[in-house]
Structure formats: C-alpha cells, structure tokens
Design a protein around this ligand. Structure first.
Ligand code: SAH
Length: 438
C-alpha cells in the first residue's frame, strides 16, 4: 500500500508478483492481513502503521526501527525443510549475517534431503521400533551415520536402501549392547577448546558425568533431555569417591546408556581416565577415548609460555605436586634446559621449591603460576623458585592453578596475548625456601 511506488516495484506488480494498493495508509488498512511491514521512509507514517497494527493485534515490522517492531525478520539458513533463523533482537543485522555465514559453511547443503527421508520413514520406523528411547537411538544413527552420508552425497537411493537395511537389522536385544562410554577431554577451561569429536559424542550422550574443571558452557552441547550429573571432586570436600564414580559409569553403560564422561583437560593426564577405563574394560563394556587439551598445553599457550624452545628447553615433564617428598622421582629428574609443568599441589609450593633447590636448582630459576588458565579469570604470576610459596600466599592463588618452572616462563610478559592486564610479577627478596622437606 502506497500512493506511489518505484519502477522496480511497479515491474513486479505488472508481473503479478505483488499487488499494489494505490492509496494512503489508513488505520483500518491493517485489518485483512496476518502480518504488516512498514517501510515508507516516513517515520510518522511508520509509527501510525505500528500503532494501528498493535491495536488490531497484527504483528508488525518497521524496517530499521526495532523499537516499533513486534516481529523481526531473522537471517535464514534455508535447507528446506530444515530452516534456521538467526536473530539479534534487531541489534545487528551484520552480526546475524556473519553467524549465518558460519552456519551455512558448516551444514551440508543436502541436509534437507535427510529431513525428507526421515519424514517418509517416520511411520514405518515407529511401527518397527515402538520404544521411544530406542527409536531415538535409531534416528541418531541415521542422521549421524551412513544413511545421512549417502544423502549428503546426493545418493538418495543408497540412503533409502541403507535406512531400510538398518531398520530390518535393528535387533530387540540391541539396546543393552548399544551402551557405550565416551571418555572425553573437555579441555582446560575455555569451552572453545574441546575437540570436534568430543563435542559430537557429548551431543549424542544420554548421560553426562562431568567434572568441575570442565567448562559449564559445554553442557549446552548436551542433548536437552540428557541426564547431567556433576561428579566433580575438589581437594577440600570429596563429594564422590573414584570407586563410586566407576560404579556409576559402569551402571549406566550396562543399562544401555551412552555415557559421556566429560573430564577437564585430557582424560589420560592426571584425570584418572585409566582407572575409569579399567572399570569399563573389566565389565566388558564398549568405550571410546577422546583426547583433550591438557592444562599444561592450554595454560602455556594462553600465557605465552613455550613449553619447549630450541636452545632453551628440550623436554617437558608433566607431574603433580599433590604428594611431594624428598624422593619424588619426577621432581628429582627435572634439569635445567627443561620445563616442568606441575599439576595440583597449590598448597605445597613451599615443599616443591625446597625440593627443587635441594636438588641443585638455582633459587632464582624463573617460574610462572597460571591460575584458571584459558578462562576469563586467568591470572599469570611470574616469580621464581625462591618466591614461589610467598607469591601463592600473597596473591591468594587458588586451584585450579598450574605451575610452570623453567627459563621459557620468562616469555610470559613478552608473549602475553590473552589477558595481558592480569599478569603480575612477584619477587619476595626476603623469602628463602626451606632447604629440606619435613
Ligand atoms: N586431566 C586434567 C588435569 C586434572 S588434575 C588435564 O589434563 O588438564 C587438576 C589439575 O589440573 C589442577 O589442580 C591444575 O593444576 C590443573 N588445571 C586444570 N585446569 C586448569 C586451568 N584451567 N588452569 C590452571 N590449571 C588447571
């Protein structure tokens, strides 16, 4: 509706692709329509349209005026019948298009073919697999397996035949056998640092057993109906023992569930993943292991500290400061020309530095403490063996924190790219490490 329209619109009208109502807007004009769009370029008219629409309970979009809108037009990723709408609440159409670009690139172009196939087979699958949980497992296999791969590649007939074959072969006792555990490394703290494989398995799991160290944002990738169980352990308040955890894991897998054991960092680096795997193995259950970015790698990268460096550090020792004594072998093996990455043990920095000095290391050897590495709370403290324990107390450093000892920690300031405002230098000249433990 407009008294006059442009040539290009007039052409569309001539082709019958739009109907031009050639008159001024009046309040009752909105009545016969489901949706109203005001795009007149005259703010006063636009406002009148919006008010009239509001009064008549019609949804109204006013172009470039989100205040007046009762609906917005999101960017669309069209894989019909799969449709993805991206809205920013009118704040940034450019951002919406950018997100659209990411999703466009990510989704197979023939996604719609899989949806259509699923629609055609829905009834038959419902009859053949009456149990709802089992049916979901069947469909998950379809959309993430060979059937979808055929469809994505344009081989619709193969997709159809494979689906039929899988449906025929779908066994009654298959449920229990389908139980499986996924030991997934969640990365050191930032949700972005999980692997693609880890995310895929997290997204298929029926049950997620997660650590306190795994980023809580990762749980958004779990299915909405997945059972989420926190099995986090903290140094001070043990909530669940490893034995109980193993039993929980084995129990759920035995019941036919796909269980994602989401572990901070890497499952096989101070993650007790080996123990959980042994419990699964003993019980004869299926499992997969997905590596993760371990705290040493994550903290080093986000603190700008190369773990090895030609001419400066030829080896990395990953060890724990949890239980330190004189004979702690890995600490004794640490030499100049190497980097030591020490997990846990924030409360034992005095003993650790004393043990290293007793083993012949210079008290001035540089060290860095990375607290809550890779997260928005990351702090990096550059210090030395001599001042390590004092730094921990003075700056109130708490777990999770990773201690890195060696010459390459000197680069933390130079290469700080992630949180340059939260890097501190701490030297306590008065502090002398105890020379002997105990
Ligand atoms: N499997 C994990 C380690 C678990 S042990 C991994 O591969 O990273 C827990 C210890 O890891 C903590 O005490 C701390 O020393 C270290 N850690 C884990 N996340 C960390 C983080 N975001 N910042 C600093 N240290 C971290």
């Amino acid at each position: 509706m407009a008294p006059e329209i442009s040539h290009s619109l007039a052409d569309l009208a001539a082709e019958g692709r739009l109907v031009h109502v050639a008159r001024e807007f009046a309040d009752e004009s909105v009545e016969p329509y489901w949706l109203v769009v005001a795009a007149t370029g005259d703010r006063a008219v636009n406002e009148r349209v919006a008010l009239a629409a509001e009064a008549a309970r019609r949804f109204c979009n006013v172009v470039d005026d989100s205040e007046l809108c009762t609906f917005i037009m999101p960017a669309i990723v069209d894989r019909s019948p799969v449709t993805i709408a991206i809205g920013t609440g009118g704040h940034s159409p450019v951002l919406a298009r950018w997100v659209k670009g990411l999703i466009e690139a990510w989704l197979p172009s023939r996604l719609g073919a899989v949806a259509e196939l699923a629609g055609r087979w829905r009834e038959r699958v419902r009859e053949r697999v009456p149990d709802a949980t089992e049916r979901r497992h069947f469909w998950e296999r379809v959309v993430s397996g060979a059937v979808a791969e055929h469809a994505f590649a344009g081989r619709d007939e193969d997709a159809e035949q494979t689906l039929e074959a899988e449906l025929t072969a779908w066994g009654g006792d298959a449920v229990a056998k389908r139980g499986e555990a996924y030991l997934v490394g969640a990365g050191p703290g930032s949700a972005d640092l999980i692997t693609i494989r880890g995310r895929q398995l997290l997204a298929t799991a029926d049950v997620v057993l997660y650590d306190r160290l795994a980023s809580p944002a990762l749980l958004n990738y779990a299915r909405r109906d997945a059972e989420l169980i926190c099995v986090g352990k903290t140094a001070r308040q043990p909530s669940i023992t490893q034995k109980q955890l193993n039993r929980l894991l084995v129990g759920h897998v035995n019941a036919g569930k796909r269980v994602c054991r989401l572990k901070g960092g890497d499952p096989f680096i101070f993650g007790r993943g080996g123990e959980e795997l042994e419990a699964l193995f003993e019980a004869g259950l299926k499992f997969q292991v997905v590596p993760g970015v371990s705290a040493a790698e994550g903290c080093a990268a986000y603190a700008g500290i190369p773990l090895t460096l030609r001419g400066m550090s030829q080896a990395v020792i990953l060890t724990t400061g949890h239980t330190v004594d004189d004979t702690s072998p890995t600490l004794r093996d640490f030499r100049p020309g190497q980097t030591l990455a020490l997990y846990m043990g924030v409360a034992h920095y005095a003993e650790i530095s004393a043990a290293l000095v007793a083993a012949g290391h210079d008290p001035a050897t540089p060290a860095a403490i990375v607290e809550s590495g890779t997260t928005e709370k990351q702090r990096v403290i550059r210090t030395s063996l001599r001042s390590l324990a004092a730094a921990q107390v003075a700056l109130d450093i708490r777990a999770p924190a990773l201690l890195i000892v060696g010459e390459t920690t000197r680069f933390a300031e130079r290469y700080s790219w992630f949180a340059p405002s939260r890097i501190e230098h701490y030297e306590d000249a008065a502090a002398e490490p105890r020379t002997r433990v105990g």
